[in-house]
Design a protein around this ligand. Structure first.
Ligand code: DX5
Ligand code: ZN
Length: 218
């Protein structure tokens, strides 16, 4: 799988999201962090903002739902036109049903795991998903330090995915930057979320190119 870069708009200017999306024309996705102040201690945006952003950019949206009740809300993001919708394993009560609803609405279905959640219990869900997201920080805020302790899990997840047939993308999210992306790529990740490393850079598009080049030379 080719390397893909998904800049997180959590680190962008929320008052100018359309312009911020346009600053990274070379991005494969735009990562949209939906937080509800319950699953995580932060509040960001929801479906109305995603619907507005869909009209303002042609880059596909990679919606990461950090919310308490993804079973109720996730299908609507797919129906609205998000290219990918990721739910947290720690929050979903009916993950199989919800993942299938996401897919039948035409989006890629993702499953996210927090740093302290083991991947092995979710092996049976690999056939239900298009992407596995391994959090490399505790979810909730941008600009946190990358957690090296997740690296062995990235390797184990890569082995599980390869054994399963290798169709599932492996995404990392949190603290991914020029000094950490190679470690993630070496461990087997192929989709990289970066917030501060992209929108904190003087030239976000250049930052995307640099991150991509580093991940490709793993
Ligand atoms: C954190 C979010 C991330 C965040 C990453 O809970 O899921 O997507 O925006 O930001 P950085 O890359 O700055 O750690
Ligand atoms: Zn995220």
């Amino acid at each position: 799988m080719a390397v893909q870069i998904s800049p997180s708009i959590l680190s962008a200017d929320f008052a100018r999201l359309a312009d911020e999306a346009a600053r990274v024309p070379n991005a494969d996705w735009l990562h949209v962090d939906v937080m509800d102040y319950h699953f995580v201690p932060n509040l960001t945006l929801g479906l109305p903002v995603v619907e507005a952003l869909l009209k303002a950019t042609t880059t596909p949206l990679d919606c990461h739902l950090m919310i308490e009740d993804p079973d109720r809300w996730a299908p609507a993001y797919a129906e609205a036109g998000a290219g990918s919708v990721t739910i947290h394993a720690e929050a979903a009560k009916a993950p199989v049903r919800t993942l299938r609803q996401i897919r039948s609405a035409g989006a890629r279905a993702g499953l996210a795991l927090n740093p302290g959640t083991a991947v092995e219990p979710y092996e049976d869900l690999l056939g239900e998903i298009d992407m596995l997201l391994l959090m490399t920080v505790e979810p909730g805020f941008g600009g946190q330090r990358f957690l090296d302790m997740v690296l062995p899990k990235i390797r184990r997840a890569r082995r599980l995915i390869d054994r399963h047939g290798g169709q599932v993308w492996l995404q990392v999210d949190g603290g991914v930057a020029e000094d950490t992306i190679k470690r993630c790529a070496e461990a087997g990740a192929d989709v990289f979320v970066a917030g501060n490393a992209v929108y904190g850079a003087a030239d976000p598009a250049e930052a995307v190119d640099r991150l991509r080049a580093l991940a490709e030379t793993r």
